[in-house]
Design a protein around this ligand. Structure first.
Ligand code: PMV
Length: 318
């Protein structure tokens, strides 16, 4: 039996604007993950998505089914034309449509498991580009940040069309990640931002510029060992995302609760309109912030540390 996993992720700064070429920062979240096992069984190639209560033969699934798509694309990349008789089981602790990269993590774990099943190596860049093709099925115009941060499993500074970079985190910092419990498909928020940008390009270009500038400043603070300064940037980024129209009352109230609980900054993370938000906490404040978030209605609070990646700065050369 082969087992492979992939972590969740959060976007620290720059969501939405990243679709329009501005830089964004994302980090893996290892407290949640997708896990895939493949067992040789003979007969058909069967896919079992346990969390969705779904079992199907690969041969019955259409090309635009995201799970069938990553299986087929990975088999092509491995030059395996005929599928072996096997059962592929998907399990995930990453909430679906919550901004934690569930789709990209499931795809990454499937690609890794298939490569291991056929005793082959697929490097992170290849897996990332296979997953990107499938992300297009989830929403038409993905920036590529989810597949990159999850397939490489490192903090990334990402700008569309630029070499992907990781960055140093000389001073680790703590985040609280709180779930509104409201599923929010990225496709809808991204589509609405596109329509609003088309209706008022000048306004939206300037909002995107502000997000890009915040992401640049955030990277400089992280790299110079001053993560305490990120709180103000998070709160500024949340205000811009509200102006963009991608927040919602539940996200705003969790952001306010985190601040009341002692966080030094907070923002929505990912597509918005639901899903998750993040808050900058410390060992001293995290207990109170967590309590405040739960009291304000958060379904789940994850505490995570963002720390050094120890990798080459240009991940495309890795
Ligand atoms: O909801 P998520 O975390 O998958 O967020 C996607 C981030 C966006 O910038 C909104 C879209 C994208 O493709 O980058």
């Amino acid at each position: 039996m082969i087992t492979a996993t992939a972590p969740g992720k959060i976007i620290l700064f720059g969501e939405h604007a990243v679709v329009y070429g501005r830089p964004a920062i994302a980090v893996p979240v290892t407290q949640v993950s997708a896990q895939v096992t493949i067992t040789e069984t003979g007969g058909d190639f069967v896919i079992e998505a346990r969390d969705q209560n779904r079992t199907a033969r690969l041969s019955e699934l259409p090309d635009d089914d995201p799970i069938a798509a990553i299986v087929r694309k990975t088999l092509t990349a491995l030059d395996e034309t005929a599928t072996a008789g096997a059962t592929l089981i998907i399990q995930s602790t990453i909430p679906i449509a919550g901004g934690l990269g569930s789709g990209a993590a499931v795809s990454t774990a499937i690609a890794r498991a298939l490569a291991a099943f056929y005793k082959r190596e697929l490097d992170a860049a290849t897996i990332s580009s296979l997953v990107y093709e499938v992300e297009k099925l989830h929403h038409g115009t993905p920036s590529g940040i989810d597949n990159t941060v999850i397939a490489f499993g490192k903090p990334v500074y990402f700008a569309r069309g630029q070499p992907i970079e990781t960055f140093n985190v000389p001073t680790p910092f703590r985040l609280a990640i709180a779930d509104t419990g409201i599923p929010s498909p990225t496709k809808i928020a991204v589509g609405d931002v596109r329509a609003a940008w088309q209706a008022d390009p000048a306004k939206y270009e300037s909002l995107f510029d502000r997000c890009g500038e915040i992401a640049r400043q955030a990277r400089a603070l992280i790299e110079s060992g001053q993560p305490d300064g990120l709180g103000r940037l998070m709160t500024d980024n949340h205000a811009v995302l509200r102006e963009m129209g991608v927040s919602c009352p539940e996200l705003d109230s969790l952001v306010e609760a985190a601040m009341r609980g002692g966080a030094s900054g907070a923002k929505l993370s990912g597509g918005g309109r639901g899903g998750n938000m993040i808050a900058l906490v410390t060992a001293t404040s995290e207990g109170c912030v967590r309590e405040a978030l739960l009291r304000a209605g958060a379904r789940r609070v994850i505490l995570t540390t963002v720390k050094a990646s120890n990798v080459k700065r240009d991940l495309s050369l890795a």
